[in-house]
Design a protein around this ligand. Structure first.
Ligand code: F6P
Length: 391
């Protein structure tokens, strides 16, 4: 094991010396830096389980003698002095089962894009955050977030802030980890919605199109669609041909089913077209997807002359209480993040690699998207069972 924290930029060394991070005597974290105070933040779109991570971080860190500072609204907690507070075990009581995040979050693309104006003046975002980190005498950060937040975290790490990332997303699209908390809850909700839509679709002999989230990955659509027994699943990884979907609907009609459930991922696109976007990307903001279900429903109604309805599950997939699976995964992630910090293993992301949790370098993770592999067994099995992917 290395005796030196991985983060060795000049800033960090200065900060480390200034704040008297010294070396422990032999013990459980032999030759590891002593950590006295850490910050925790949540960034990007919320996901059920964020509070469970915060709770695990606060409880494990406090039990190790480390003070935890909760930073509100992602890295804004390092910009505005009033957006940070000490978190004790009493502050995280009863939050295990709650969705959302007690720290608040922002889903704001690139914070480095422009200077920020505060009541105290206009600052370069990164400089201001690093300065505050040092002034608050924190030794490390736990940054809980998706691809965007992890990319920002990596930037801060490269600029000298010792930190550990915790992957969060309902989309399940972060590379390096087999799963993220939030995904199971989103899939469970989508499955329940599809179950409900089955009965009404059957009663009216309609096609019902259900749009689920996932951005450029089809994990929620595939898992929710299979669990809910959808007839058609359209995912971003497989551009669809609506004629193939129509064939599937007609086949079902011929066999007497006379209704069909079509699950479409928000990022799915037709073979000869583009994905549906409601708001294009602009400085500091990623593009907003939406409209896929309406497009598919309109076209299917035209092509099949069957009554067709569509439902957009939207943010319902992100709300509500986390499932037991997500609570336990989130708790494991929180504990592992604190362990990595105590071991001085900065610049890493906690990752699920069953049966273990591992630490993967943030540099191997950022800027990439984990898509559904076309040879994924669930996809193959669904095909073998007659589910159409519109190809
Ligand atoms: O990345 C999570 C996610 O929920 C996506 O599935 C979705 O496209 C996006 O966030 C929605 O973001 P917002 O909450 O900013 O509308």
């Amino acid at each position: 094991m290395s005796a030196t924290p991985k983060c060795t930029t000049r800033d960090y060394r200065e900060q480390r010396d200034a704040h008297d991070i010294h070396w422990r005597l032999p013990g459980p974290f032999y030759h590891m830096p002593v950590i006295k105070k850490i910050g925790v933040l949540t960034g990007g779109g919320d996901a059920p389980g964020l509070n469970a991570v915060i709770r695990a971080v606060v409880k494990t860190a406090t039990n190790a003698g480390v003070t935890v500072i909760g930073l509100e609204d992602s890295f804004d907690g390092l910009i505005y002095p009033e957006k940070s507070r000490v978190l004790t075990p009493a502050d995280v009581r009863d939050i295990l089962r709650r969705g959302g995040t007690i720290l608040g979050t922002v889903n704001r693309g690139d914070p480095f894009a422009e200077p920020i104006a505060t009541p105290l003046g206009t600052f370069n975002y990164a400089d201001r955050a690093i300065e505050t980190f040092e002034q608050m005498e924190m030794d490390a950060l736990v940054c809980i977030g998706g691809d965007g937040t992890l990319a920002i975290s990596y930037e801060f790490f490269k600029r000298g802030i010792p930190l550990v990332g915790v992957p969060k997303t309902i989309d399940n699209d972060i590379v390096g980890t087999t799963s993220c908390f939030g995904f199971d809850t989103a899939v469970s909700f989508a499955t329940d919605a599809i179950d409900r839509l089955h009965t009404t679709a059957e009663a009216h002999r309609r096609i019902i199109v259900v749009e689920v989230m996932g951005r450029y990955a089809g994990w929620i659509a595939l898992h929710g669609g299979v669990a809910g027994g959808a007839d058609v699943i359209l995912i971003p990884e497989i551009p669809y041909d609506l004629d193939k979907v129509v064939e599937c609907v007609r086949r079902r009609d011929d066999h007497g089913a006379r209704f069909s459930i079509v699950v479409v991922a928000e990022g799915a696109r037709p073979l000869d077209g583009v994905r549906s976007v409601v708001q294009a990307a602009e400085t500091g903001h990623v593009e907003r997807l939406g409209g896929a279900a309406k497009h598919v429903a309109d076209e299917l109604e035209r092509l099949t002359e069957k009554e067709t309805r569509y439902v957009v599950l939207g943010h319902l997939q992100r709300g509500g209480d986390p499932t037991a699976f997500d609570r336990t995964l989130a708790t494991r992630f929180g504990g592992k993040a604190v362990e990595l910090i105590l071991r001085g293993q900065f610049g890493r992301m906690v990752a699920n690699a069953p049966p273990e949790l591992v630490a993967v370098p943030l540099g191997d993770v950022v800027g990439k998207t984990k898509l559904v592999p076309l040879d994924y067994d669930l996809l193959q099995t669904a095909r073998m069972m007659g589910v159409s992917f519109g190809d």
